[in-house]
Write a protein that binds this ligand. Structure first.
Ligand SMILES: [Zn+2]
Ligand SMILES: [Zn+2]
Length: 319
């Protein structure tokens, strides 16, 4: 496995920066520029590169779509959130209409934010492409077809020209897919969701989103520790802070940064990636959550350091 690329990292529904938010950032950036010598373009670029990510960047607003670069021909993505649209555009730009590709798509569950991008996935319209959709739900194909039925959508699923196949993966069984060993785990979430563990060439990536953890249930926690064991990268549903996750938002089906740190530390994972960001959170709030999580990791560390990153649309992590 060569790396992981994030095309959509937002939870629940897509969001975008607003004009007032953008204006606030420009004012902040210009305030910091007062009195500096920014006469050259190089000085300007260096100044912008030194700004906080929450001022000069953005975590982005597409819903879940994460690409795993396996180093083999064909593509592997997790979930079909709105982020699959830019992913499909990039793949189409690379190959054009005349070089058919295989796309392996692993679907965590059938909530709308995880499937809404499929109607806008350009490779699905290209004859010769092969799209294999894997999941744990019996209704996987029916749900993807249903979101393209009237009156919800103007064109039916059958307009796709690519060859589609649907494969149901039983949890706890090792499956060989796209040159990887893939294992799934049933997660606690309304209507069920599945986590994926991908292994290849001694590298392991875990994709676990829309999953609520019951801190008092030692057996359930241990199942996740085993699932994360020794992973190089864990993409983790950290939609909430722990305070929210155990109070007002208990039973909302999501987890927190604090639980992510605990599970990864116990599992000896190397890198925790906070994912499925709360749509109501601005960039500054997500950046604060990341800082808090890194501080927590440092003070609770018993073994090797756990690297912590907050995913953003466009982030590339090499393995
Ligand atoms: Zn979700
Ligand atoms: Zn969900």
């Amino acid at each position: 496995m060569k790396g992981v690329r994030f095309w959509g990292t937002r939870g629940s529904l897509p969001v975008s920066l607003t004009a007032p938010q953008l204006r606030e950032r420009l004012v902040a950036a210009l305030r910091g520029a007062r009195g500096r010598d920014l006469a050259s373009d190089a000085a300007l670029a260096a100044y912008v590169d030194g700004l906080d990510f929450a001022v000069a960047g953005t975590f982005g607003g597409h819903t879940s779509c994460v690409e795993i670069e396996t180093g083999e021909p064909g593509y592997v993505v997790c979930d079909l959130g709105s982020g699959v649209r830019p992913f499909g555009q990039a793949a189409f730009a690379r190959h054009g209409p005349s070089a058919p590709q295989t796309y392996h798509v692993f679907v965590s569950h059938l909530h709308w934010d995880h499937i809404m991008g499929l109607p806008f996935f350009v490779p699905a319209y290209v004859p010769g492409n092969r799209i294999v959709v894997y999941g744990g739900h019996a209704e996987l194909e029916a749900a993807l077809r249903r979101q393209m039925e009237p009156p919800s959508f103007p064109v039916p699923f059958d307009i796709f020209k690519a060859d589609f196949a649907f494969v149901r993966l039983a949890p706890g069984v090792r499956h060989e897919v796209a040159g990887m060993t893939v294992t799934t785990l049933l997660q606690r979430h309304a209507g069920d969701s599945y986590g994926y563990r991908f292994e290849k060439d001694g590298r392991t990536v875990v994709y676990t989103t829309d999953s609520e953890h019951t801190l008092g249930d030692a057996g359930a926690m241990q199942a996740f520790v085993d699932f994360f064991r020794g992973a190089d990268l864990v993409v983790f549903d950290a939609m909430y802070s722990l305070a929210d996750a155990i109070s007002v938002k208990a039973d909302w089906g999501h987890s927190s940064n604090v639980v992510g740190v605990e599970l990864c530390q116990r599992a000896g994972a190397a890198h925790l990636v906070l994912f499925h960001h709360e749509p109501a959170s601005g960039d500054a709030q997500i950046a604060r959550l990341l800082d808090d999580t890194r501080r927590l990791e440092a003070i609770t560390r018993a073994g090797a350091p756990l690297r912590v990153t907050a995913a953003y649309d466009g982030l590339d992590i090499a393995l």
